[in-house]
Design a protein around this ligand. Sequence first.
Ligand code: B3K
Ligand code: ZN
Length: 870
Amino acid sequence: MSHQPIRRADYLPPDFGIDRVELEFDLEPARTLVRARLAIRRIGASDAALVLDGEDMELLGLALDGNALAADRYRLEPTRLTIPGVPDAFELVIDGAIAPAANTALEGLYISSSVFCTQCEPEGFRRITWFLDRPDVLSVFRTTIRAERARFPILLSNGNLAAARDLGDGRHEAVWDDPFPKPSYLFALVAGDLAVVEDRFTTRSGRDVALKILVEHGKEGRAGYAMDSLKRSMRWDEETYGLEYDLDVFHIVAVSDFNMGAMENKSLNVFNDRFILADPATATDLDYANVEGVVAHEYFHNWTGNRITCRDWFQLSLKEGLTVYRDQEFTADERSRAVKRIQDVRVLRARQFPEDGGPLAHPIRPDSYLEINNFYTATVYEKGAEVIRMLEALLDRDGFRRGMDLYVARHDGEAATCDQFVAAMADANGRDLSHFLRWYGQAGTPRLTLEQSHDAATGTYALTVSQRTPPTPGQPDKLPLHLPVHMGLIGRDGAEIPLRLEGENAPQGTSRVLELTEASQTWRFVGVEAPPVLSINRGFAAPVVVESSESEDDLALRMRADADPFSRWEAAQSFATRLLLAGIAAAAEGRPPPPTDAFVAALAAAFDAVEGDPAFAAELLALPGELYLAEQVAVIDVEAIHAARKALRAAVAQGLVDRLRHVRTGPPRPFAPDAASAGHRALANMALGYLSTIDGPAAAMAQYRAADNMTDRFSALAILSELDVPERTAALADFHDRHAGDALVLNKWLGLQAGSSLPDTLATVRALLDHPAFSYGNPNKIYALVGGFAGNALRFHAADGSGYAFMVDQILRLDPQNPQVASRLLKAFGRWRRFDADRQALMRDAMERIAATPGLSPDCREIVGLSLAS
Ligand code: B3K
Ligand code: ZN
């Protein structure tokens, strides 16, 4: 917890290395004793003092090469321990005590439902012992754990079990050896009474790996999908990147109190249980997909993150962007590539684009931070993955693989930088990617504008693409970026046109990646007889906004005929967005909404063209969300956005009513969690939602009662929860009683009520704070209820400021106990400048109340400071 900004430019290598770490834990919830034996070696200046990070611990003793250090030989401060005048190589033994049961920040060693667990990334290890807690210090760890056997029969740490014995006094001991040098943030310890689900995996080269997933007793039956996902991930990484697992055991432990999704500790992943537990009665298809994606993500970190880690936290995207890209590709290969791309772009636009356009905008490799926990952002993760994806587009698949191979060969066992990653990509392909590196340092979403002309006499089509990135805080002037322009041309008959650039002898396919490097560039295609329809940014190859004034006819043509499925969906989104923006303007001015016939007809034709791909059809029918629309207007009017979207939904329902009813016919299918079955459910539930705007709640209520799986039951409940009808109350009560005692399911119930557009939502949320299903100690519950409300634009931004006042109370209550969770909630205020003057004033007052609070955490101080400064 640093109180001064840390700057990327100030990076200095450490003065000391710690080659070997031996930890001994005597576990007791109230007071745990930790002994650290560190083999330390000087790397830097001969007069440098040893400065170790450490917070919130009690120092019991210090010995250097076997000699106890007197108090005048060292200086202990709240966040560090300084020992001047140390030799060039020595052993330091530190005895300390910590209080896991009192650890509510869930960083370091803490207790979740009677299970000891750890979260050390990024700076939690310094709450376990004093250390060089920075990712460029790599050490070999041996961990000895002692605890009472009855309460803590399972004792785990990283690596392989080296020894286990009974201590005779009701306690036992386990010793774990991790042969791979690793930074402290990858250390983990788990101790408790957990059930073990076991399987095995044989790697390509014949290593037999024991796979163990540990869950709360009684939840063993819900770990099967996670295990299956793990085995498929292991196989995929071998087949796709030639990367194999490197130890004899791989553990995943599911805990219920966890700030984030999961953590990739070496061979001992710790997970938020919502990303492990899944069965048909309690998990939706989205939950299954999330389990698969997060299990894969953490497993893939074993190479991209653990074997090759980050030099400093500014390089976070080196492991996170790359690993998100890898898990996206895994899901694309395992499920539907087009649907996965659409879902990822939807998330990018709803979460990352607003971040990039607001006060918290930062490059994927930030330049400074006050609290690094604030930078586990959509930008570092999701935009970081898009930057990797652009490299794949520019170098093609084989070239990208060559770059990955070189990156691993060069940096295995090291703490690397983003520059080194891009250098490996460049060197493996004989390319100069220095211009591309600007993506790492420049924030903001680039906007592309297009100019097209066609010369019938020569059959030449000219396309000019111009780029411009709006200013972001601290970066008023932006440079042109190097990006792939993935495009195709479509004839009026719907056929793809062979693409031949002026000067080429023959066409080179019908879909091409052009490279934009300048502010503006023109490409001329020959052999184009008639004016074509342009399909641009296919597959969303570049994370940009394309400003286009495409005609409705062209959009309709691309919606049904574009060879790129992503672009078909994109055309539908653009058409819908255009109508919605007109509708928003109309709603704000009390005018009737614009005519929707042309869009509805185009949607019907596009829908008919994808018969046989229900998952894609469901995406096609999903209108742009409120967050995305908010980004498209000059001043956000939450009521007008909500009303316009509701009106278009009703129009689509009327226009497609026969098709929607047809979707709902046919024999019931038995439940299976695979992507194809999930696609059928997605489409059927999409249809149910639309039809409820015509038919009311009856069909949703019937489905709610008859459902044999959580996807269908919860989809019906979500539809009912938006209707002000008696069935709503009945279904919510029934759902609660059916799942009483199941925290993960009740979180869905909390979230649904917090996100409801009905007018009494805030009162409901306030009442739910006292419900037994809610607790301030559990991040999942806070994100569901309080976070769910913050994401409910209509109610959070209530004109009277009641939503803002509520959120301030919640943030201030949470900050002292868990600053990470508080500061995540605080980000809801970031876009305050985009609202009308009255709301701006209310939001500014709310943030000033937070800023004026004594003892505010650095986490919240940084977010509120950046937000107010904008
Ligand atoms: N690396 C962890 C995130 C740790 C977050 C700390 N605030 C999970 C992941 O990205 O895989
Ligand atoms: Zn990650």
